[in-house]
Ligand binder design. Structure first.
Ligand SMILES: [Zn+2]
Length: 252
């Protein structure tokens, strides 16, 4: 019985997904983009809770400015990104299955959309994008699982460190996931983290090619050599190239 109900719920979510799919696809960049950020205490630690309590919207200013500036560079006019820090949510989004089959990935994306629908309250308004920021205490968790975002539904599950020292790097991750919701694709090798040449570079014509000084936002990492890379410390070490600008619709 319960299983049937669950299948029914998933099917009805699928229907809503299908009906709304067309609407989400092309963003009108002349309109303001409202980004709602919901923190989640993902590891249940008191330290994580303390970190979440002191969070404020200033912690995301660099991300907001990065997107305003890069959009202006391609469009000649900046996109008005408005970030809002929403309620802390008691429940973590469904975990992304690892090495998922296509079917598992579809089921997960439906569960995630169902989670988003369940969490939404009318007081949250009508955000363009909703990101769930899952915070982990770096003393307890040394490596974070991959974050994921859906273009259809405009939601993202973003894994971050609950630490002031990591705040600038968190903004890189938030920006990357936000751009996924507008159709930007990954430009790094998922197995090694190495940015893909030339798509994942901001200076593919630089001589000598290595080391690159910047990461491309969807390339994720700074290529130090053909096989070595490092994570940028902050958005000051990140650019957004033409390939990404075309994907999100800032460049024709
Ligand atoms: Zn990605």
């Amino acid at each position: 019985m319960w299983k049937k109900i669950r299948i029914l719920i998933l099917l009805s979510v699928l229907l809503v997904v299908a009906v709304n799919a067309w609407r989400d696809q092309n963003q009108n960049w002349d309109l303001p983009v409202l980004v709602l950020l919901h923190p989640v205490n993902a590891d249940g630690q008191t330290t994580t809770e303390q970190y979440i309590r002191q969070l404020n919207i200033e912690n995301f200013k660099d991300s907001q400015n990065f997107l305003a500036e890069t959009s202006a560079a391609y469009r000649g006019k900046k996109v008005d990104f408005i970030y809002q820090l929403g309620r802390e949510l008691p429940q973590i989004p469904p975990k992304v299955p690892e090495n998922a089959t296509a079917l598992q990935a579809i089921v997960w994306s439906l569960k995630f959309r169902y989670y988003a629908w369940k969490q939404h309250q009318s007081s949250d308004g009508r955000p363009t994008v909703t990101l769930y920021l899952n915070y982990y205490d770096p003393q307890q968790t040394s490596a974070l699982k991959h974050s994921t975002a859906l273009e259809k539904g405009k939601i993202g599950s973003v894994n971050l460190f609950a630490s002031t020292a990591q705040a600038a790097q968190n903004e890189v991750v938030v920006t990357h996931e936000l751009l996924h919701t507008f159709g930007a694709t990954d430009k790094y090798d998922l197995a090694t983290g190495q940015p893909i040449y030339p798509l994942g570079y901001t200076q593919p014509e630089q001589q000598p090619l290595y080391p690159q000084r910047q990461a491309e936002i969807m390339g994720g990492y700074i290529a130090l050599s053909a096989t070595q890379n490092k994570m940028p410390d902050s958005l000051t070490q990140v650019g957004l190239n033409k390939a990404t600008a075309i994907e999100v619709g800032w460049l024709k």
